[in-house]
Write a protein that binds this ligand. Structure first.
Ligand code: C2E
Ligand code: MG
Ligand code: MG
Length: 709
């Protein structure tokens, strides 16, 4: 009996008069109605909570609690708002009717009850109540939906100039619904000042054109916060086509806009520096070229790569590297903003940005509407000057420089790809020219780069196809005038280009990392040759082999040399490794260990191209070296340039005092030889004696055992 089926309608009759209750029950008799009873206000409240009636028929005058009080309390119970409550007043006076409505009654009937009418009245009230409940429910649903969607609606009665705002409208505009009455003025006050005019304009045009509109604009809340909204509205007309009202919705789209901004940022900007990334740069670049093509103007691309940035990362750590990149991008942005040249020339991007970070330590600067090509160089120089100022990172003064390649549109390329590629080539040349400089691109550079690339690919095959061979250049003992040793010099017999000199391919092999494999081949081949000569009956000859600095870094050199000596059977004392001055003065503690290991094997160590790098005297003394090879550049002018003569004298004296043998390279004339002899240089090597020769031709020298000088 407690539970009432949902489709059934529950009526609660409240009266202290049992007869009256019975009469009512009889009158209302209907199979769809479930009738419950209560004898006073207190019971009525309990019954209300228990049965949740759809309709309450309640006498006003009752003991314990009267109908007015019970009614107003019922309204506060769960579901109390939705129930139809009819009070039965004994007195048909206005005061009682007024009290009934004040207490929240839906309707009232007077005693004596008109019984034949009662059931009709109840049915009518139930139907109205249901409609009312449905309306409230859909309003509630609408409000929830509007809340979820942050969507409000409004309705503007044009004639009366009155506006209705839904509760969510008030919430969006940050206004309390109770206090503020919506007016056009209140609304416009909230619209961002910059957009007021365009919003009013659009509404006016929509009214004139009698057409719907939609617009996004910003609003300012009373606390000063800025939000973005999307508004859609339409005009309602009367039969004659005159606008009578406008209705619209306003949706808060701030979150969406923020998310879109974030996505855009992630896609188009570099997270570390906040600069445009490669993607956005390419878009800017394309637009700039398009504009330049249209108005016949010039564009310059500056491609900046920091010099030896990797070293900063390696020595100070990646977070210091990141800090440096950030501070550099701020410095670049400042310099570009403050530079007259750039301000005049720069691409008028809506963010005012011409600077991008392509990744790593690479940046680009785009200059449009260039008045003259030289402007690009001025900007580049300005950037280099700014970069060269020290930066404080991780409590250290950090010095950095950059190399910049410049390409111009339209002369250096027609499209983004080509201009970028050529700027990269020019940047590379700036690096080769000693860094901290800029270079305009030229077609010649491109050819050199292409050549280099093809050499690199061919070189990889050269090793497999046995296209490499060794030549040997004699070294003469100036005291005996006889052959003391040879230097093995690699040659490449290119199938198409013929004999390629090492100056062409050794640097490429170093860059491409091929030098390790190449150097190993040279070492083995040179040792084999030395053994072959000994086996042929010639007196043991010292074999000089050039070692690249990369072999030092990438290989356990001593282990390799030990292994090669063992495999070929050459005595360690017959091998002399030529190490360049710059290679051994880098990373000295590691180098020292390797030199000691090599020395323990028994091989000779010489410093090649001595005088061209920076040698520290203390290291020269400390390292276990045997020979100094005086660079050809000093020998060349000894007979004409007093400075060079003085340098050679000093080097020979230094060698003597350190107990090192001296070999002068590149001796081409009898005068040079005489000078070196006079200075008591130990050995010489050069075209005057012989060019580097194939192994077979060296044998002639060995057979002859001839004196050269
Ligand atoms: P380097 O070790 O200083 O070799 C001496 C260079 O001077 C050789 O050039 C030699 O041909 C040249 N030369 C000798 N006497 C004269 C002269 O009187 N006048 C002139 N003008 N030049 C002379 P090359 O053979 O072209 O080698 C150039 C450089 O390539 C070498 O300089 C060396 O640094 C490098 N190299 C050659 N072979 C190898 C190798 O097997 N491994 C490594 N890592 N580097 C090598
Ligand atoms: Mg050498
Ligand atoms: Mg040399």
């Amino acid at each position: 009996m407690n539970k009432i089926p949902e489709e059934q309608i529950v009526v609660l009759i409240v009266d202290d008069d049992m007869a009256q209750r019975l009469l009512m029950r009889e009158t209302l008799h209907d199979s769809r109605l479930v009738v419950e009873e209560a004898a006073n206000g207190v019971e009525a409240l309990a019954a209300f909570e228990r049965f949740s009636p759809d309709l309450v028929l309640m006498d006003v005058k009752m003991p314990k609690m009267d109908g007015f009080t019970a009614c107003s309390r019922m309204r506060k119970l769960a579901g109390g708002q939705d129930a139809v409550i009819v009070l039965v007043t004994g007195l048909e006076d206005f005061a009682s009717i007024g009290r009934a409505f004040d207490a929240g009654a839906t309707d009232f009937i007077t005693k004596p009850v008109n019984w034949p009418l009662l059931s009709h009245r109840v049915r009518y009230l139930l139907r109205a109540g249901r409609a009312f409940r449905n309306l409230r429910q859909s309003e509630r649903r609408l409000s929830i939906a509007q809340n979820i969607a942050s969507l409000g609606n409004w309705d503007w009665d044009i004639d009366k100039n009155s506006i209705y705002w839904s509760p969510q409208m008030y919430r969006i505009f940050g206004l309390p619904a109770e206090e503020s009455t919506a007016t056009n003025e209140v609304f416009l006050e909230r619209v961002h000042p910059d957009e007021r005019e365009s919003v009013t304009d659009l509404v006016r045009k929509a009214l004139q054109a009698k057409k719907p509109y939609s617009i996004d604009y910003r609003i300012t809340l009373p606390d000063g916060a800025c939000r973005n909204v999307h508004e859609q509205a339409d005009v309602v007309h009367d039969e004659e086509g005159n606008p009578v009202s406008m209705q619209g919705t306003v949706q808060d789209i701030t979150e969406r806009i923020n998310t879109e901004e974030k996505i855009r940022f992630l896609a188009y900007y570099d997270g570390l520096t906040g600069l445009p990334n490669r993607q956005l740069f390419l878009e800017h670049f394309n637009q700039a070229l398009f504009a330049a093509q249209r108005d016949g103007s010039k564009v310059a691309l500056l491609y900046l790569d920091l010099d030896r940035f990797k070293r900063i990362n390696d020595t100070l750590g990646h977070s210091a590297g990141d800090k440096l990149l950030k501070s550099i991008s701020i410095c670049l942005a400042d310099s570009i903003r403050s530079s007259d040249i750039v301000a005049k020339a720069c691409f008028p991007d809506k963010h005012g940005v011409t600077l991008s970070r392509l990744g790593g330590d690479e940046f680009t600067i785009l200059l449009t509407r260039l008045a003259g090509e030289e402007h690009a160089g001025r900007v580049a120089q300005r950037i280099l000057d700014l970069l060269s100022q020290p930066t404080r990172i991780a409590d250290q003064e950090v010095y950095i420089s950059g190399s910049i390649g410049i390409t111009l549109y339209p002369s250096d390329g027609e499209d983004v790809d080509m201009l970028l590629r050529n700027a990269d080539v020019a940047m590379y040349h700036a690096k080769e020219n000693g860094r901290n400089s800029f270079q305009y691109f030229s077609e010649q550079m491109n050819q050199r780069t292409m050549e280099k690339l093809s050499i690199e690919t061919d070189l990889k095959k050269a090793l497999e196809r046995n296209e490499l061979l060794l030549y040997y250049q004699p070294q003469i003992d100036l005291q005996t005038g006889k052959l003391a040793g040879v230097e093995a010099l690699v040659r490449w017999l290119h199938p198409r280009l013929g004999m390629v000199p090492p100056s062409m391919f050794i640097p490429i092999a170093e860059e491409a990392g091929l030098i390790v494999e190449l150097g190993q081949w040279v070492l083995i081949e040179a040792c084999r040759q030395a053994v072959r000569w000994q086996k042929a009956g010639f007196a043991p000859l010292r074999m000089g082999v050039n070692i690249s600095s990369l072999q030092f870094k990438h290989q356990s050199l001593a282990a390799l040399v030990g292994q090669v000596l063992q495999q070929t059977g050459l005595a360690a004392g017959c091998l002399e490794l030529e190490l360049t001055e710059s290679a051994i003065m880098q990373n000295v503690s590691q180098v020292n260990d390797t030199l000691i290991e090599l020395k323990e094997l028994g091989v000779n160590l010489s410093v090649d191209d001595f005088g061209t790098g920076y040698s520290s005297m203390s290291y020269l003394k400390r390292f276990p070296l045997d020979t100094l090879k005086i660079d050809r550049s000093f020998v060349m002018d000894i007979t004409t340039d007093a400075n060079d003569a003085a340098i050679i004298k000093a080097i020979i004296a230094l060698g003597k005092s350190l107990g090192l043998k001296t070999i002068a390279e590149g001796v081409e004339t009898a005068e040079q030889l005489a000078f070196l002899q006079e200075q008591r240089c130990d050995e010489i090597q050069g075209f005057f004696i012989s060019r580097p020769l194939p192994g077979l031709e060296v044998e002639q020298y060995l057979i002859d055992g001839k004196k050269f000088c």
